[in-house]
Design a binder for this molecule. Sequence first.
Ligand SMILES: Cc1cc2nc3c(=O)[nH]c(=O)nc-3n(C[C@H](O)[C@H](O)[C@H](O)COP(=O)(O)OP(=O)(O)OC[C@H]3O[C@@H](n4cnc5c(N)ncnc54)[C@H](O)[C@@H]3O)c2cc1C
Ligand SMILES: NC(=O)c1ccc[n+]([C@@H]2O[C@H](COP(=O)([O-])OP(=O)(O)OC[C@H]3O[C@@H](n4cnc5c(N)ncnc54)[C@H](O)[C@@H]3O)[C@@H](O)[C@H]2O)c1
Length: 513
Amino acid sequence: MTATTRTPGSPGSPEAAARRSDPLTTPDGAPWDLLVVGGGTAGLVAAHTAAGFGARTLLVERHRTGGDCLWTGCVPSKALLAAAHAAAAARQAPRLGVHVGDVRVDFAEVMRHVHATIERIEPVDSPERLRGAGVAVAHGSVVMTGPQSAVVDGEPVRFAQALLATGSSPSVPGIPGLADSDPLTSDDVWDLTELPGRLLVLGGGPIGCELGQAFARLGSRVDIVEAGPRILGPEDAHAAALVRASLRADGVELHEDVSLERVEGVPGGVTAHLSDGTRLQADRVLVAVGRAPGTRDLDLAAAGVELTERGHVVVDGALRTTNPRIWAAGDLTGHPAFTHVAGMHGSLAASNAVLGLRRKVRLDTVPRVTYTQPEVASFGVGTESDDPSHTVHRVDAGEVDRAVAEDDTDGEVAVVLDGRGRLVGARVVGPRAGEVLAELTLAAQAGVSLRTVAGTIHPYPAWSDGVSKAALSRTREELAKPVPATVTRVLARGRRRWVQHRASAAAATPPAR
Ligand SMILES: Cc1cc2nc3c(=O)[nH]c(=O)nc-3n(C[C@H](O)[C@H](O)[C@H](O)COP(=O)(O)OP(=O)(O)OC[C@H]3O[C@@H](n4cnc5c(N)ncnc54)[C@H](O)[C@@H]3O)c2cc1C
Ligand SMILES: NC(=O)c1ccc[n+]([C@@H]2O[C@H](COP(=O)([O-])OP(=O)(O)OC[C@H]3O[C@@H](n4cnc5c(N)ncnc54)[C@H](O)[C@@H]3O)[C@@H](O)[C@H]2O)c1
């Protein structure tokens, strides 16, 4: 934990290292081949890719490289969930005959684990790693001044091409009294030193459900207020129902299809007034109602880069903006806001820019995983598709022996096929759902048929047995159709006659001496 014992900003501290800037001009004064704006996942991967191809690349980051994922997103949230799920596993152990006594959570230690996790991963995303790969790194805020020019904290910089990767930040709605209640967001919840006794989570999307469950399992009394009809809106009703039941078992109070009308400060906390008349008391409010693209301060109009109504950068399938010399990747594009998308798109946009390619993004196989318990993982067409040509094959976790052995059967594997039998979507709910889904994502991406998945030997009793069973159920259904059923019956009958014929021929032949 040396980083926390140094004086912030002192020479040699991580803060000072993050602020060290390379010159904004190339050694010969020519424009940069690629200016990368933003050092989150999209910018980091783009800069590494471009420099790897020999492009003279400058990355400018205004805060700290690593972006949302490392400092305030995926990494701390999964570290917090690891502690929360460990507490829940200890509490649930008696159902397997294991008694661990009272479970005690030390929140300060949990947060030390969260920050130690960030610290262990940080070097991978560091300016030193970028410089080692041949990327020049500068600290500062970029503002565009023209189609091929910008300033970094007022200093001019010229580029042949640029790649925008400024990400997104939490939205805080203008609900009366909310701003005055000092609400937490995913940006600063990691600074908490004490577990809030009562936490009101506004928004039941992935952040609201993951953090709501985490805080409940660590000991907070949690209310989640979701304005939409149900939590985890893009997932289907069955997946949401399984997560809802699990959250309730953790003691979370869910208020779905209800909005927060106003927040009133009271001694020691707030009273939240909901549209159904409910009043909730809370010590803190955590706002998780979506994110706004980081495009406001860039003066993109000066560069000829158009924005959508919601402020996302307009990009074509090759991630080129309306300025043909400027590309964009990550959360600011409005593509699914995930680290794996930001990374893949950062790499693709950089290769397109530097090598003059026109490779296109593919969005139909983008996986999304919510790391609640049960975990929910899906891609492509949902199981509630109203296209009559789509068929859905489901396997309940109760049919998966591993789930039975672990007494964890609240889940399922479901695959969606189009009218031509192609895999166009899948959803897995249960332990390691993200890992289990990966095989199906690859199959859809590579155009591998479900019959090939069914014919692949899956280890028993792995969680992937559910995928194998779903694929086999489809194959059996295919074989039961009139034509294949007739063909297989005819083949079996013919084979039986042939075997009988050979047996009687052998019986009629005298044995050789
Ligand atoms: C709580 C939470 C949990 C999450 N969990 C997951 C998860 O489990 N899995 C997953 O795939 N995704 C997860 N995400 C989403 C994921 O973090 C983002 O999709 C991803 O980090 C986006 O990367 P990015 O590069 O587009 O943007 P960012 O990481 O936001 O990077 C943008 C960078 O640009 C810099 N910047 C902005 N403006 C300027 C400027 N003018 N000049 C210079 N620099 C600038 C910023 O300082 C920032 O460092 C989570 C998000 C949150 C909030
Ligand atoms: N596991 C993961 O991959 C993961 C985890 C967390 C976040 N993320 C990414 O971060 C993004 C942002 O997450 P998020 O959960 O903040 O946003 P979100 O947009 O995915 O969900 C926000 C939820 O808040 C609800 N909502 C909106 N306004 C509201 C209001 N005034 N009151 C109550 N509810 C309201 C919406 O109906 C929605 O259900 C996600 O879209 C996701 O891409 C990913």
